[in-house]
Design a protein around this ligand. Structure first.
Ligand code: HEM
Length: 371
């Protein structure tokens, strides 16, 4: 098993920002999506796109760029179009499907496209910093939409510190406590980034302008039968049900749970999270599955010195703080907004989960077992 990803974090090492000229029409629609949506022209723009693209020569970073563009355009078509028939035209469905097969995840907007592959440094000569992140692709654009994604990217960037330190201590069994001290420092930094969400992402704007475009087609009252991908022979004309973009497709928290020995009891809510793994990049999925097995069978053999137990418990308390803040956001950004808005789905998250119940359950389960 290649553990290097725990050292480098889940952000890709190379992100393509523009595809070759064969994809000019797709790049054009992607770049102009905010104007196209405001002008209600997504349908005519999509019907003008060349139906089948040759993707055989695309490298992994270009495939991710293509996945990002097709996913944004596909969601804009479904959620920004007055038509109600919920059929994705062949102009995007066929190529989107081919790309998704190569990447090993469904043709839908996932966290990997929305956050992991959707940024660059605004000034390459300056170090990574929240305000040095430039988001590449938007639906409507604006500060709140950018900031919502920027916070996720900044957390992913910092997470490589906690993940690599926990890896050294627990997986490599290097019992130097400074690894746990550094991990504690890192999760505190993650929490301070998390706290900054309300600075530039307003709950009303998030709920009414950002969130509507990232829903999926599964467990969504707007698409009870799912969505048809026109002329995708493998789907045989049958509507497909895929879940939407959500932070639950980030690998950080499941990796921390496994490394720290935080367990969630088996119930239908836990199944949602396991299903989210199908929407993650394959190598992230593999490492999470490995960490789960390791956690169940080998974690208990790691040292139990008093000082390290105390430090580990401190880290778990910080993960609890993260989940607590996160639950507060689910309440203020979604639940409370939904009370004053009758036209916007509130019972499920964008990933399609009954979120208040399950986020609270996972919060309660984030406790040291040996305090
Ligand atoms: C305004 C900010 C946020 C809101 C309103 C929000 C909302 C949600 C919702 C509703 C879910 C349930 C799954 C679903 O979509 O159906 C969820 C899950 C999740 N989100 Fe967020 N989220 C926010 C920010 C973040 C950030 C910044 C991260 C960091 C990476 C994150 C990571 C997660 C994780 C890991 C889960 C799975 C929960 C667990 O394992 O306990 N979220 N989020």
């Amino acid at each position: 098993m290649d553990f290097s990803i725990l050292e480098s974090g889940f952000l890709p090492s190379k992100i393509s920002t523009i595809l070759s000229k064969e994809f000019d029409d797709i790049e054009y629609v992607g770049n102009n999506l905010p104007k196209i949506l405001a002008n209600n022209q997504i349908e005519s723009e999509v019907l003008n796109l060349e139906p089948e693209k040759d993707i055989s020569n695309l490298g992994i970073d270009e495939l991710e760029r293509a996945m990002l563009l097709y996913s944004y355009i596909g969601h804009a078509y479904i959620w920004g179009n007055l038509k109600t028939d919920k059929v994705i035209p062949k102009n995007i469905s066929k190529t989107w499907f081919k790309i998704s097969q190569k990447l090993g995840r469904p043709p839908i907007l996932s966290y990997a496209s929305y956050a992991l592959n959707n940024w660059k440094l605004q000034d390459k000569n300056k170090p990574f910093d929240l305000e040095n992140i430039r988001i590449l692709q938007n639906f409507l654009g604006g500060m709140d939409e950018d900031w919502f994604i920027m916070i996720h990217v900044a957390i992913e960037y910092e997470a490589k510190e906690i993940l690599s330190n926990l890896k050294h201590y627990f997986l490599d069994q290097n019992e130097d406590q400074s690894f746990l001290e550094s991990a504690l420092e890192s999760i505190r930094k993650i929490n301070s980034i998390m706290n900054r969400m309300p600075e530039k992402c307003d709950p009303f704007i998030y709920y009414n302008r950002v969130r509507p475009y990232i829903f999926g087609w599964k467990n969504n009252p707007a698409t009870p039968q799912g969505v048809i991908y026109e002329e995708v022979v493998e789907y045989n004309g049958k509507p497909q049900l895929f879940r939407g973009e959500t932070g639950a497709q980030s690998s950080i928290v499941p990796a921390l749970d496994a490394l720290l020995g935080i367990t969630h009891s088996n119930d239908p809510l836990r199944e949602y999270l396991d299903e989210m793994r199908l929407y993650m990049p394959i190598e992230h999925r593999y490492i999470l599955n490995y960490l789960d097995e390791w956690s169940e069978s080998k974690r208990s053999s790691v040292t139990n010195q008093d000082k390290s137990v105390k430090l580990t418990n401190e880290i778990i308390k910080e993960v609890h703080t993260f989940r607590n803040k996160h639950l507060e956001y689910a309440r203020t950004y979604i639940h409370e907004q939904s009370l004053s808005n009758q036209n916007n789905s509130n019972v499920v998250g964008t990933g399609g989960t009954p979120f208040m119940k399950y986020l609270d359950k996972h919060l309660q389960e984030t406790v040291p077992t040996n305090d």
